[in-house]
Design a binder for this molecule. Structure first.
Ligand code: AMP
Ligand code: GLY
Length: 443
């Protein structure tokens, strides 16, 4: 990316950066941001144990809901740019609040975050803008759901309208299962997030994730990615937050990406503008490539996890400038990211039992890692009183590697994973199977 002298001037003031969030996504953002020479410190609220291993990073203990204390602290630390990672603070309007206090913020306001926190709103948004997506019905009661389920000619997908930590989507195998899913949502499985249910036509095709950094008017695309949502190999088992990813996704040829830009990305940004939504942040387009063209499965108002861990090592040190330009509304839309022709892959190691119940507190042993173009981003870890690294979540850590091709990437990732151990460690061995030429020979 080339930076003109005017923007370099603005940017040299970017010394202290704050990232809000505590996952692998936020650690990978911190890692990419600290590479920028102008950065002195990257603070994380609250971060996790892995944040402390990243250069220039420091964790801050403060309750983000205590607004007076938060603003005082950020002013004291002379924070130049704030990046909000997760959807919940965005949905609660934290970006709006901090902007009103004159901070530069990367992350949409509450109005833009609605793309993620209300699935029915997002579906109506797409309908109005003629953006291709599965047919849907918004229902307010079980009775209404029942009628639609019985009369529908399609298999249906059942979704809680609001935020549900990625667990609010059911893919039933029968009408009876469909009805039970709707019943469990209306019975309060996801609290108020289930006051409304969205029933959707089940569509088919490979899924890809596309990320657009937006400044309110203009956007630039990050390298595309493919996630692996199912827990087990061969894409079996329950849905998870994501078990691994690779980037870019070769499935998206230049032509298909151009079609996505024309039919989905630009209409989305135009529709936001039409509604006076000044979206300064990332729009995550979860897409399905169906036989009748690309369709939106969901929008998120944040970076994907683990897609973010996978993409960040492909960013040059100017990535931070892109975030700042988005926050200030002065992207040109012509910025280029130089990824030095590398590709990237990520494998997530989880606790036994995830995505259901699991135990935490097991020591993590890390042996001899080949660290050339390889990062470990902790997702759920903590430190014991003696400073020992412990498991502290369902998804524990990600190992991310880059190289010239995906075979090299995943050979290194899996070789390094042999050096990482904790009680009950689990990971899929087939991440990237779609793009590993040697995979079918080995398996
Ligand atoms: P979401 O949280 O909306 O991304 O949904 C989680 C997963 O459910 C998606 O990644 C898809 O694999 C699947 N899914 C969601 N909606 C549909 C749909 N309309 N048809 C088929 N699969 C879907
Ligand atoms: N990787 C899927 C998500 O972040 O929602």
């Amino acid at each position: 990316m080339s930076i003109n002298s005017k923007s370099s001037k603005t940017i040299s003031r970017l010394k202290n950066i704050l990232i809000i969030g505590n996952g692998g996504r936020e650690n990978s953002l911190a890692w990419a941001i600290q590479k920028n020479e102008s950065v002195r410190k990257v603070y994380l609220i609250p971060g996790n144990a892995g944040s402390e291993r990243i250069k220039k990073c420091e964790r801050i203990k403060i309750d983000i809901n205590n607004k007076t204390e938060l603003v005082k602290k950020l002013a004291f630390l002379k924070i130049d740019l704030i990046v909000i990672g997760p959807e919940i603070p965005l949905a609660n309007g934290l970006a709006d609040f901090l902007r009103k206090k004159d901070f530069k913020v990367f992350g949409p306001g509450k109005d833009g975050a609605k793309l993620e926190y209300s699935k029915s709103w997002a579906k109506e948004f797409m309908q109005n803008a003629n953006i291709p997506t599965a047919n849907f019905w918004k229902v307010n009661s079980l009775e209404e759901a029942k009628k639609i389920i019985h009369s529908s000619p399609f298999p249906l997908v059942v979704k809680a309208d609001g935020l549900a930590s990625g667990k609010g989507v059911f893919i039933p195998h029968s009408k009876d299962e469909c009805f039970k899913a709707a019943e469990s949502i209306f019975n309060g499985k996801f609290g108020n997030s289930g006051n409304v249910v969205v029933l959707e036509e089940k569509i088919q095709g490979p899924e890809v994730s596309v990320f657009a950094l937006c400044d309110g008017q203009r956007y630039i695309l990050l390298p595309t990615a493919q996630d692996h949502k199912r827990l087990n190999e061969k894409d079996k088992g329950p849905n998870t937050g994501g078990m691994g990813a690779y980037s870019p996704a070769p499935l998206l040829t230049e032509d298909s990406l151009n079609r996505i830009i024309k039919e989905i990305i630009e209409p989305t940004i135009n529709e936001l503008n039409k509604r006076n939504i000044d979206y300064k942040g990332v729009i995550y387009f979860g897409l399905m490539l169906t036989t009748s063209g690309p369709k939106v499965i969901e929008y998120n108002c944040r970076f994907g996890d683990p897609e973010c861990q996978t993409i960040m090592p492909l960013m040059d040190q100017d990535f931070l400038f892109l975030l700042e330009k988005c926050s200030m509304g002065n992207l040109t839309g012509q910025e280029k990211i130089d990824r030095h022709d590398k590709v990237s892959g990520c494998v997530i190691a989880t606790s036994k039992g995830y995505p259901n119940e699991y135990k935490i507190g097991f020591p993590i042993k890390i042996g001899k890692i080949d660290s050339t173009d390889c990062q470990i981003f902790d997702s759920g870890t903590s430190l014991s009183k003696n400073g020992e690294l412990l498991t502290d979540g369902g998804r524990v850590l990600s190992i991310v590697c880059q190289d010239k091709d995906f075979d090299m990437v995943f050979n290194k990732a899996y070789k390094n994973l042999k050096e990482i151990n904790f009680d009950g460690i689990y990971f899929r061995k087939d991440i990237g199977h779609q793009v590993r030429k040697n995979f079918s020979k080995e398996n």
